[in-house]
Design a protein around this ligand. Structure first.
Ligand code: 5AD
Length: 342
């Protein structure tokens, strides 16, 4: 079957996904990205959703082999932001017109159930915004309480759908548990984001097709496909960075297959290539997640090397994004950008 025949099929199988991920010819890649863009227009329109991230703590109890802020890395300057500091950063995000805030941290139990609930409630009292939590794997009871406190979404990547690679990258964690947590989050009505890392040791295109299919099986509302980038002082410090083409192809294939999900052009993509965001937006992405972590903290939140996010002021950051949107004839949504499924 030719690529254009494949792209016009009603239902794509696992082997179809693999065939699309294998595309190498320039003209075939263009067909793929054009189709992804068409589906994006149909399901997401021409609006980009912005999510402002605050990385409020880089303490982490986990030891993921790929991650720069893993517990065993003693060369990290650890920090925790106070509620007041978090609220100040939230006000910068709100004043920029962004209506979703992503609270991200390592798995830091110092922010216990009640402290996170207090943060959620304080934000909701002061700002009319959606809140996404990205705090790693916590207890079901904590998830429940945070949902009741007003959190809207939870981001928990499955990282890889291959249980054996899952074991390689974090031998202390269990793939089945991870999936059960994602299912639980869905069951209590969080809008859920998941996704993978591309370029992990021993990962094949079959695995990446499985990652995309798993996002459908889990019925996630957001799916993030981001490149592996090596981090200093980690067991994977010498593993090569992922190439950009496979990431863009994965995003495009995911857009075509999953249709009504939010797909971000990730920060990691712009680390691989200065035009990463633009390329991502042209390959099916409809979300950008600029970092609003204060400069005195953000350079210690190095989950991988050369993580950008720039030290420019929030206004400059926003005007750079505006320029990009204009160039692509896209505009920013002024809504909270809830799930496309509800
Ligand atoms: N390369 C790419 N992604 C990484 N993450 C953590 N470390 C890396 C790395 N070295 C991603 C994981 C995690 C998210 C917060 O950051 O997917 O879920």
């Amino acid at each position: 079957m030719t690529i254009s025949e494949l792209l016009n099929k009603e239902e794509l199988s696992h082997s179809d996904l693999v065939q699309l991920l294998k595309i190498e010819r320039q003209e075939d890649m263009e067909l793929l990205y054009r189709k992804a863009d068409e589906i994006k227009q149909k399901y997401c329109g021409n609006k980009i959703h912005l999510r402002g991230i605050i990385e409020f703590s880089n303490y982490c109890r986990q030891d993921c082999y790929y991650c720069g802020i893993r517990n065993e890395n003693k060369n990290v300057n650890r920090y925790r932001m106070s509620i007041e500091e978090i609220l100040h950063s939230t006000s910068l995000i709100y004043n920029a017109g962004i209506r979703t805030i992503v609270l991200q941290s390592g798995e830091d139990l110092a922010y216990d159930k009640d402290k996170i609930s207090r943060i959620i409630k304080s934000i909701k009292e002061k700002f009319d915004m959606a809140i996404t939590l990205s705090l790693g794997q916590r207890t079901f009871e904590e998830y429940r309480q945070w949902k009741e406190a007003g959190a809207d979404r939870y981001l928990l990547k499955h990282e890889t759908a291959n249980p054996s690679i899952y074991f390689d990258i974090h031998p202390y964690q269990n793939f089945e548990d991870r999936i059960n947590h994602i299912k639980y989050l869905k069951s209590i009505d969080f809008q859920v984001g998941s996704g993978n890392i591309i370029g992990l040791p021993n990962q094949t295109l079959n695995d990446i097709a499985d990652d995309i299919i798993l996002c459908k099986v889990l019925n996630v509302d957001m799916a993030s496909f981001s490149p592996f980038i090596s981090a200093d002082d980690t067991p994977y410090k010498n593993v090569s960075n992922c190439g950009i083409d496979i990431v863009l192809k994965t995003m495009a294939v995911a857009r075509i297959y999953l249709k009504d999900v939010h797909i971000p052009a990730t920060t990691a993509l712009s680390t691989l290539n200065p035009d990463g965001r633009k390329k991502g937006l042209l390959a099916g992405a409809n979300v950008i997640m600029p970092t609003y972590t204060p400069n005195n903290f953000r350079f210690n939140y190095l989950i991988y090397k050369n993580k950008p996010g720039g030290s420019e002021s929030p206004n400059v950051k926003l005007s750079n994004l505006n320029e990009l949107a204009n160039e692509l004839k896209l505009s920013f949504s002024s809504s909270k950008g809830h799930s496309l499924k509800i």
